[in-house]
Design a protein around this ligand. Structure first.
Ligand code: HEC
Length: 119
């Protein structure tokens, strides 16, 4: 009887360990995501504007990037570099969603450069 209780506890512990393994990112994974490297792209303003409209950036940041749920981005280039914007859009930050699964890194880099030029 006690054997059964013991193996039951063991199974629960294993399931818990497996769940933890998937929910807690590994140390290496965190380090890798810390600063994603921005690919080199030639800035294309038309494509950048199309991306921010298609990706609902404007639904949070405003159709003129004047701000809303998210902060005003009209002069974001005077605060953040293209690399910093690239990191925020890729990884997300607070209420800002991550776009790494929705956009190609080249598209994020293009939008980041376009925004970084807004000073
Ligand atoms: C669901 C709403 C939402 C969407 C969609 C969204 N953002 Fe954001 N964004 C936010 C919020 C909220 C913040 C502030 C995050 C913080 O600082 O905690 C933010 C912050 C940012 C920042 C940093 C601004 C600063 O002053 O630090 C940039 C740059 C940015 N967003 C760009 C974008 C781009 C580009 C897109 C589309 C690809 C986008 N956002 C889509 C809500 C959103």
């Amino acid at each position: 009887m006690q054997k059964w209780i013991f193996s039951g506890v063991l199974v629960i512990a294993c399931v818990f360990a497996i769940v933890l393994m998937f929910t807690l990112p590994g140390k290496e994974q965190v380090a890798e995501q810390e600063k994603p490297t921005m690919p080199e792209v030639t800035m294309d303003a038309t494509a950048a504007e199309a991306t921010i409209k298609a990706q609902s950036c404007i639904s949070c940041h405003g159709d003129q990037l004047q701000g809303g749920v998210g902060p005003n981005l009209q002069k974001i280039g005077s605060q953040l570099s293209a690399e910093e914007i690239y990191t925020i859009v890729t990884k997300g930050k607070g209420g800002m969603p991550s776009f790494k699964d929705k956009l190609k890194s080249e598209e994020i880099a293009n939008v980041a450069q376009w925004l970084a030029a807004k000073k």
